[in-house]
Design a binder for this molecule. Sequence first.
Ligand code: BG6
Length: 290
Amino acid sequence: MNTQEMVQDLNSKFQSDSIRFGIWENSDLPTIFVANKYCQGAVSVFGAHVLSYIPAGQQEVLMMSKASHLAAPKAIRGGIPLCWPWFGGDPQPTHGTGRIQFWNVTAVIREADGSDTICLTLSIEEPHRLDASLKVNFGKKLSITLNTVNQGDTAFVLAEGIHTYFSIGEISQCFIHGLGGAKAENRVDNTEFVAADTFGFEAETDNIYYSTSAITIEDRAWNRKILVEKLNSNTSVVWNPWIAKSQRMPDFGDEEYHNMVCVEATNCAGAKIELAPGRAHSITQLISVL
Ligand code: BG6
């Protein structure tokens, strides 16, 4: 099925006043568009990847790179990539295969409170028999829950991440609150440290925090605070590629590091999940503008 046929098929399967299926601008991504009293948003069927979340009366919360690939089979740069069922570059492809496959749209639900939930699923055989399902609720908050079921006969060590790119006014005027006291690993120089209550950015940042706490992103340039809560997540990753890495990434603009920060709900590094046969695990990230 080509993209246009996929969109037609979805439009004939699911009817809702607040949801339509189309193609993301200047792309080849079949996309679910949501508009309700709380917000507007969009989810790509490729990668089950949230592309946009605009709460009513607010600016866009998510950052999408203008240099991103916007067609299968390459990963999308920006929005909310899912890292699944592993995190990082070992094995390849980096951050797992979930973000580079087409998912099945299984339901679009108009909730009683007027929010909308989109449900997508993916089953894989390699490296293990796993079922994933994603529920994205577009409401006063954006809520993303990724559930994994081990369908194999042996245990599986799962690593995962909801790798959200936040749109900000200027990284040098952006501060992270909520991680104070957490044990942390700096993945740029491979050192360990204990997080301060509040910190800013002045170099490439790629830190893993052993923390279950909510994080507040304080964006002084746009005078806005974003609350990032999470459930069943024992690590948070904070990432900004800064100057040299931005220049090395072909799908990211040289200057775009100024206008983004990734705050990721994860279970990675020393906090992977051992999933016994038949067992399920879910991770949730909740995003709201304060
Ligand atoms: C972060 C990692 O989560 O994702 C970084 O900690 C990585 O090391 C970044 O560079 C982006 O990864 P990718 O595969 O999307 O370029």
